[in-house]
Structure formats: C-alpha cells, structure tokens
Design a binder for this molecule. Structure first.
Ligand code: GLY
Length: 259
C-alpha cells in the first residue's frame, strides 16, 4: 500500500511564492476542485490518501512535496529555500513521524523536496535557487550510509529539478532536455517531453501507473508508447502557483513502516 500525504489548497494561495511564473489570477474554487480530483486519482490508482492538517495562512502549503523527502528507511524534513515556507514543515513532520524515523536538514542548509528526484537507490539533487550545497552534503550524510547514491545536478532554467525531470519508473525518466542535461543522470534511460509541453516533465508515480498533466497529451502518448499505464489530471490552477503534479503529494510505501 502506498500512502499519499496531501494538504488542502489554502485560501491564501494567491499570495504564493513565484520565481519563474508571472503572477496570474487563481480561481480558488477551481483549484480546490482540481486538487480533489488529483487526490481521487491517487486513490483510484491504489494510494491511501491522508490529508495533513490544513494551513490556511501558509499560501504554498498545498505543495507538500517540498517539506520532506521520504525513502523506505527514513523521512528527511526539509528546510525550504523560501523562508515563508519553513512553517509548513512541522505539521508534515507530525504526520510522517507515524511512518518513519525523522531526520532534518538544518541551517545553513536549504532544500526543497521538489529538488530531490529518486530513481530506485539513486537520488539526484537539483542545486537551484532553493537548494544549496550545504543541504546536499547533509542529505548525502543521511542517505549514503543507507545505500543510496546521491548526486547533484545544476538547475537554472526552472524552479526545481523535478520541474525538468521525474521518474516514470525506477529505470525510466521523463525529462525536458532544454532544462536539464540528460547526461547528468548517469545512464538512466529517459523519454523526452514533447517540446511544446514543458509541464509534461513532471509526472507522479503511483504503484505501476503514472499521472501526467492534461496539458501534456503528446508527452503522455510517448510514455504510453513505452508501455506505461498513464492517467491525466488537470492541475492548471496549481500551475499558476508554480506547482506541478508531484508538488501536491508525498507518496511512499506503507510497507516500510518501522514503528
Ligand atoms: N509556489 C511554489 C514555490 O515557489 O515554492
């Protein structure tokens, strides 16, 4: 069983942090409806969706992925690069503490979960405006002894590493070669997005299926051409808040429960 932690769309989402996106009006009701459909899709694909307590005063709190990195052995609490986002972490820590031992990235390290891409035992960390070398070294100190290889990748063209690349399977990435150099992934096989669909590089894995945004139909076809089962959801309102599909959940295996 996979657990998918999510967090409600806050009424303050219009005040979210933006880095590469121009600010555009967000239809709150539509954003909430799309988020509910997203949660329903995760549930339909076999995840048990658990909502962390809402944080109405934290505009980016729906983007729960940025608060933690969860592997089978441990959950690592992030210290988000945007200081306004750091208060998001405590409630997620309380939820994750039921499933994993907890460790933390501490100052002067900063890291967003959106910069951490895991493919099997390989972990790639985007060095971006949100994630720095100090945090990279801290994550390596936690994960390398557990048997993970942790390598860094520069990120300059987009917000997070996972804006540019995600894992469709342990051995298959989907990526935007205009935003990240495929050679940085050490030989893992990859599928390029359709060049007109930059949002297509961010897909969510749930068990053996993949969820892609409805804004990336041709990228979806490419993934289906690789034999993957692909579903699509519309997350256009969250995209205006510079959030992609992975940003809205923390998905991990319940079977690794250790206490
Ligand atoms: N609005 C999402 C972020 O900047 O982290």
């Amino acid at each position: 069983m996979n657990i998918a932690l999510t967090r409600a769309v806050p009424p303050t989402i219009a005040d979210c942090v933006l880095t590469h996106c121009p600010r555009a009006p967000i239809d709150l009701d539509r954003a909430i409806a799309q988020h509910v459909e997203y949660e329903a899709m995760l549930g339909a694909l076999g995840a048990r969706v658990e909502r962390v307590e809402a944080a109405p005063d934290l505009p980016d709190s729906v983007f729960i992925e940025d608060t933690a990195v969860v592997v089978d052995e441990v959950a690592v609490l992030m210290r988000p690069g945007a200081s306004s986002r750091r208060p998001e972490v405590d409630a997620v820590a309380a939820a994750l503490g039921r499933y994993r031992p907890l460790q933390s990235i501490v100052a002067p390290g900063t890291m967003d979960g959106g910069d951490v891409l895991r493919a099997g035992r390989r972990v790639f960390v985007g060095l971006s405006l949100r994630t720095n070398h100090d945090a990279l070294r801290q994550l390596q100190a936690i994960l390398v002894p557990l048997g993970y290889a942790v390598d860094d990748i520069p990120v300059e063209q987009c917000l997070h590493l996972k804006s540019a690349a995600t894992a469709a399977a342990d051995d298959l990435l989907v990526l935007n070669p205009a935003w990240v150099d495929p050679a940085r992934f050490g030989g893992i096989e990859w599928v390029a997005i359709d060049p007109g669909e930059p949002s297509g590089a961010n897909v969510v894995r749930v068990r053996d299926s993949v969820v892609c945004p409805t804004s990336a139909p041709r990228t979806r076809e490419r993934l289906e051409g690789r034999g993957l089962t692909v579903r699509a959801v519309d997350a256009s309102e969250l995209a205006k808040a510079e959030g992609a599909l992975t940003c809205a959940s923390l998905i991990f295996s319940q079977s690794a429960v250790t206490r």
